[in-house]
Design a protein around this ligand. Structure first.
Ligand code: T3D
Length: 266
């Protein structure tokens, strides 16, 4: 079967490339299945300590493939309408949840346009880099839908409600430098330097205490739902576990001995 998600190992970094360049990496059911399997494989591979996601060709991803018979509305006269909610339940929600709960940090290198589900899957990653020529489009409103794949949750948190509604109601293209200014992404990189910069960042993250990386993401996501004092207590509960773990002992020992730490928890 076709390789719709290309997987390459670079040391402890797993590079996943969305690979349907002829359709701007629009997601078919088969592609979503392969992406899910690729993330599952990362979760199970103790040697992988960071994931980097990018797109093949000129786009990151155009979102849901609007021509895929598994998910797009049927245009046959008299055909039963598809339940898109079911498509989300079956394909996109498990993917979004898996991305957000991986035991390793996730970097997105947005190489070109990221639209619809493609934009929101990218924005759900831990560190988002974009090429200068990349762009983000909340394409949903253009076709009569609401933002999905976490768009309604992510965007107001990233850019505030006013800008989030402007972006999602109008569905305009936001170029990478503006996305950076809005606080939607972490960094903009010259187009030709994107992959090398992203790989170097991913290698750096892979050398850090992986378990603490994953718990940092978890603590922040939990804190979003909590008041100040419960968030402080949640930090203490997670810190308590890390305090008994190898990497904390190793990190402090290496500091005191003035050497490079060898982290291994995952
Ligand atoms: O199941 C469900 O439906 C629920 C889930 C929904 C989640 C979603 O993601 S909804 C949003 C779906 N995505 C879109 O609405 C975006 C549609 N695409 C575009 O607006 C534009 O293509 C882009 C802004 C992304 C890029 O524009 P441009 O001018 O650079 O390229 P293009 O010429 O429009 O596209 C190039 C080709 O890719 C073209 O095919 P062709 O003419 O060369 O044969 C185009 O049809 C195809 N393509 C682009 N996006 C999609 C697509 N084919 C299928 N599905 C797409 N989403």
């Amino acid at each position: 079967s076709e390789t719709l998600i290309q997987s390459e190992q670079h040391g402890a970094v797993r590079l996943l490339r969305l690979n349907r360049p002829e359709a701007l990496n629009a997601f078919t059911a088969a592609m979503l299945g392969q992406l899910r399997q690729a993330l599952e494989a990362v979760a199970e591979d103790a040697q992988t300590r960071c994931v980097l996601i990018t797109g093949a060709g000129r786009a990151f991803s155009a979102g849901q493939d609007l021509a895929d018979p598994h998910v797009a509305p049927s245009r046959e006269p008299g055909a039963a309408p598809k339940d898109i909610g079911h498509v989300l339940e079956h394909y996109y929600i498990p993917l979004a949840l898996r991305l957000r709960s991986l035991p390793v940090p996730v970097v997105a290198a947005v190489n070109g346009v990221a639209a619809g589900a493609g934009a929101n899957l990218a924005l759900g990653c831990d560190v988002v880099l974009a090429a200068e020529g990349a762009s983000f489009i909340q394409a949903f409103s253009r076709i009569g839908l609401i933002p999905d794949c976490g768009g309604t949750w992510l965007l107001p948190r990233l850019v505030g409600r006013a800008r989030a509604l402007e972006l999602t109601l109008l569905g305009d293209k936001v170029k990478a430098p503006e996305a950076l200014q809005l606080g939607m992404i972490a960094r903009v990189v010259p187009d030709s330097a994107l992959l090398d910069t992203a790989l170097a960042l991913a290698q750096r993250l892979a050398g850090m205490p992986t378990r603490a990386m994953a718990e940092t993401r978890r603590a922040m996501d939990d804190a979003m739902k909590l008041d100040y004092e419960p968030a402080l207590r949640r930090e203490a509960a997670l810190q308590s576990q890390l305090g008994f773990a190898h990497d904390f002992l190793e990190g402090t020992a290496a500091f005191l001995e003035k050497r490079t730490p060898q982290f291994k928890d995952r």
